[in-house]
Structures are given as structure tokens and as C-alpha cells.
Write a protein that binds this ligand. Structure first.
Ligand code: GDP
Length: 358
């Protein structure tokens, strides 16, 4: 699936950068273009992307701290310029626009909903958001920012793919140390998903095309992604179990949202050497995924790679329930009720900021 990436805020910019690198290194060509938007000059500098510095008149390139209301105001004020810079990149080849953002901060948390709303008004192609949920170890402010931002984003765009910063953290690792690793993991999963929707170079028996990705996400709301790879055996027959193991781990321990999750739709993409991929294994795994997610719409296909590993990529669309999301909104609501942490004033730029409704 050909995508144009728009990174908003520090984490958003870094993610877009990692995705571009992954796509270029593998030569997939799924990322058509990418741009990073921020209020902080120092966060834009290290990125190998075109950038737009917004709010110079208000914050002079120094960022908004954790103030997502200021982030929203600045995006609103500079929307015309941002929209034009993005517009120059949306060619007829583009099949989607993906906004990348960390929800717990100020610029991305406040700016992404405003920008997403404008893009959704303008473009017919789907607008997706790749949104990072703050770790439970982060501040109350991060939880509140994320709760408010997420609610508005979900109602605005075609689908919101959630990445939980706690999901792929290695035990004992501090969050900052872990960010690079997490960013690479995200880039690999999203990069493979986009590439799987491209015309196949090898001979896949059952290729996935971009419409399968779009249809899986058509249910709207929240989505998640999981991946796992296992060393492939030589014979196709032996790989029935390899594929099943990779699929189970992708969902049960490799998903971007921790905890139990049920979904309306799912897509299973098996990656690896096409000669070793067992059709029976793929079919068994697809049925297992149907049972496990409670979804009646599980699509499937292969993505050929030159690897000794067999990988299973699972995309869940229309997430119906999730322990982590419920816990996260409860924490955001609790934190919003603590007045010393932050001003929880209503802001007209947020359409659905009443956390009581969640
Ligand atoms: P902003 O620039 O004001 O939008 O804020 P940041 O992007 O710096 O931070 C927003 C949130 O993103 C934080 O609360 C973290 O949860 C998360 N975050 C920050 N940097 C990274 C990163 O490099 N990787 C990941 N996965 N998350 C990050």
C-alpha cells in the first residue's frame, strides 16, 4: 500500500523517519514520501526528512512542553501552510495518508487531531493514525493528554492503529533506552504491512493487495498489529506447526496492545520463502485467529521474503474490547480529576474531550 507519512511531534517525526529507513533499506517503495511537523526545532534537526516548524511566532522553536492545548492552537493557526506542504506530496499514486504521533506529549497530542480533521475533509483516500500510547509509568499529564487526543482522533479518521509503549518493552530497560528498539519494531511491522499490500515480486500463492489492508481497517475505530517469526524447517509439511506457532505468538505475545483483545476483522500475512510456506498451515492459522479474536472476517495471504524465518503478521481492525484500553481510559479519567496535575479546562478544539463519556 503506497502511503505518505506525516509525523507530528517528536515521537511522530522519529517514527516516520524509522519507517522511511526501513522501507528504503528493504527497497519496498511503499513509502511515497514523508514529512515531519513540530514546534521544537531541536527535534526536527536530527531527522532525515523534510520538516515544517510551526508556531515560531508563539514558541520560537522551543516546543510546547506538555501543553497539548497550545499544540492544538498552533496547528490550527498554521494549518494552511502545513496542509499545503502535505498536499504537494499527495500524488495520484498515494493510497493512504498515515499520521504518526506519540499521544502523551503536547505538539503531537494536540496537533494531530486538528490536522487529521482537516486532511479527512480534503482527501478521499483513507487517513490512518499510528498512535503511541504512553507507558503506564509515564506522568498523569501524559495519560490525560493521550486520553483526550485519542478520543478525538478515533472519531475523525478511518482507523487508529495503537502502539502501546509498554507492549514491546524489554524487562529492566528504561523507557528512553527502549524507545529506539520500540521504534525499530514498529517500523518493521508497519513497513511489512505496507509492503505486503504491494504487487508481489516473488511467487506468492495468495498475495495480499492493498485493498485487503484497507478492508481490514474499514471497520474503523481502533486497530493493532502483531508480529512474530520462527526459524523455518526445510519441508513444507513440517512448517504447518511453524506457521501456527508464529501466528499464535504474534497475537498472544507480539501484539502492539497488551492484554486480551477482541476484534471485528483481522488480516494474517505469512512472510518467508514461498517454497516453505504450507497452505495447510496458513489455513489452520487463519481459523485459529477467527476463534481467538471472535472475528468472522479474517483475511489472509503470503508475502515472499528471502529469509530462513517464517513470520506471521497479524492486523486487527475494529477492536471491540481491550483490557489495556479500558485501563488506560480509566487512568486518564482519574488523572483528569486531579486538578493539581494540570488544568483540565475544556477546549473548543477538541470535539470529544469529555473523558466522563469514555
Ligand atoms: P511532542 O513532541 O510534544 O508531541 O511529544 P513527544 O513526541 O516527545 O512525546 C509524546 C509521547 O510519545 C511520550 O509521552 C511518549 O509516550 C512517546 N514517545 C516519545 N518519544 C518516543 C520514541 O522515540 N518512541 C516511542 N515509541 N515513544 C516515544
Amino acid at each position: 500500500m503506497k502511503a505518505v507519512l506525516v509525523g507530528v511531534g517528536q515521537a511522530g517525526g522519529k517514527l516516520a523517519d524509522h519507517l522511511v529507513t526501513f522501507d528504503h533499506e528493504r527497497g519496498y517503495g511503499s513509502v511515497l514520501d514523508a514529512i515531519a511537523i513540530n514546534t521544537a526545532q531541536s527535534d526536527l534537526q536530527p531527522l532525515a526528512l523534510d520538516t515544517v516548524l510551526i508556531g515560531q511566532d508563539r514558541v520560537k522553536g522551543h516546543g510546547v512542553g506538555g501543553d497539548n492545548e497550545l499544540g492544538a492552537e498552533i496547528m490550527e493557526a498554521d494549518l494552511q501552510e502545513v496542509q499545503q506542504k502535505i498536499g504537494n506530496r499527495i500524488t495520484t499514486q498515494a493510497e493512504s495518508i498515515i499520521l504518526t504521533v506519540g499521544l502523551g506529549g503536547g505538539t503531537g497530542s494536540g496537533g494531530a487531531p486538528v490536522l487529521a480533521r482537516r486532511l479527512a475533509e480534503i482527501y478521499e483516500i483513507p487517513i490512518y493514525v499510528l498512535a503511541i500510547l504512553p507507558s503506564t509509568e509515564e506522568s498523569n499529564l501524559a495519560q490525560v493528554n493521550a486520553g483526550r487526543s485519542l478520543k478525538t482522533i478515533i472519531d475523525t479518521v478511518d482507523a487508529t492503529l495503537l502502539i502501546d509503549n509498554d507492549a514491546w518493552k524489554t524487562t529492566g530497560e528504561s523507557l528512553t533506552e527502549g524507545y529506539k528498539e520500540i521504534n525499530q519494531q514498529i517500523a518493521k511491522r508497519i513497513g511489512l504491512l505496507l509492503a505486503a499490500g504491494e504487487p508481489a515480486k516473488g511467487v506468492a500463492e495468495s498475495v495480499v493487495d492493498s485493498s485487503e489492508v484497507i478492508n481490514t481497517l474499514r471497520t474503523g475505530g481502533m486497530a493493532a498489529i502483531g508480529y512474530n517469526e520462527v526459524a523455518a524447517a526445510e519441508s513444507t509439511e513440517e512448517n504447518i506447526n511453524t506457521i501456527l506457532t508464529a501466528t499464535r505468538s504474534a497475537l498472544l505475545s507480539g501484539l502492539s496492545l497488551t492484554g486480551e483483545t477482541t476484534a471485528e476483522s483481522a488480516l494474517l500475512v505469512i512472510t518467508g520463502d514461498p517454497d516453505r510456506i504450507s497452505r495447510k498451515g496458513v489455513e489452520k492459522s487463519r481459523r485459529w485467529l477467527e476463534d481467538e479474536t471472535g472475528s468472522m472476517q479474517v483475511r489472509g495471504g503470503d508475502f515472499p521474503t528471502d529469509s530462513d524465518q517464517i513470520g506471521a503478521l497479524v492486523l486487527l481492525g475494529g477492536i471491540q474490547s481491550s483490557d489495556r484500553i479500558e485501563g488506560f481510559f480509566a487512568r486518564a479519567q482519574e488523572a483528569a480529576a486531579a486538578p493539581t496535575e494540570m488544568e483540565a479546562d475544556e477546549d473548543k478544539l477538541f470535539q470529544n474531550d469529555d473523558l466522563d463519556d469514555l
